[in-house]
Design a protein around this ligand. Structure first.
Ligand SMILES: [Zn+2]
Length: 218
């Protein structure tokens, strides 16, 4: 029988059929996966987490054809007692990514077990974007690849970065103050400015082709 133990973080819980539950998870070895929990909605009191989002569990998973079924929980390694807005946003980002590499598990675990402050989120976001190569490209044109000469430049959050004059018009003007010096400031302070964070989240939304609804609560 193809059953194994796995540590995973719950990104999203999705009610399924009468009593079942689907869990979108990021596993330490399996990466992003969808687990079926049979009768998962009937046993809310058995575990403290009740399979709530942001929890980290050690469980047993069985693979049957293309399905992953959670056959047991061995222990709960982390259960959140509150949901800061930044935690909700991080979980929404991870839930909306079509796939996630297992190497992101540690990054998410560290963030979930932090206080979930804006600064914690910024560290999570920067590491995540860099690991996924999603950072806005501001050193060369995203269309033709030509190196930029100097700031200010025009950039498009929708195209993912700098657009040279030959390749068209972009809606956002980025100056030294808006990008490079702020990225340096981030490295020194470990926090993003509101503009910088918004710019990166715009890039992420365009990459995902989806709105991040929990941004509205910020
Ligand atoms: Zn160009």
């Amino acid at each position: 029988m193809n059953e194994f133990e796995e540590q995973f973080a719950i990104l999203q819980r999705i009610p399924y059929k009468e009593t079942d539950l689907l869990l979108s998870v990021l596993g330490k070895h399996i990466g992003k996966d969808l687990l079926t929990v049979r009768s998962g909605r009937k046993i809310p009191n058995r575990w403290k987490s009740s399979f709530s989002e942001g929890s980290i569990l050690l469980g047993r998973i069985m693979k049957i054809k293309n399905y992953s079924i959670l056959t047991g929980v061995i222990n709960e390694q982390y259960v959140p007692d509150k949901y800061p807005v930044w935690t909700v946003l991080a979980l929404e980002i991870m839930a909306k990514m079509p796939s996630l590499d297992s190497s992101l598990f540690e990054l998410l675990r560290r963030f979930l077990q932090s206080e979930g402050t804006r600064k914690d989120f910024d560290q999570f976001l920067v590491s995540f974007m860099v690991k996924e190569s999603l950072q806005p490209s501001l050193n060369s044109c995203v269309v033709c690849g030509e190196r930029r000469e100097s700031f200010p430049i025009k950039a498009s959050p929708y195209l993912g970065g700098y657009v040279c004059e030959k390749c068209g018009t972009a809606e956002t003007e980025i100056t030294v103050v808006d990008y490079e010096s702020l990225l340096q400031a981030y490295k020194k302070k470990g926090e993003l400015t509101d503009n910088m964070r918004a710019f990166w989240l715009d890039c992420l939304e365009s990459e995902l082709n989806a709105k991040l609804v929990s941004r509205e609560g910020l």
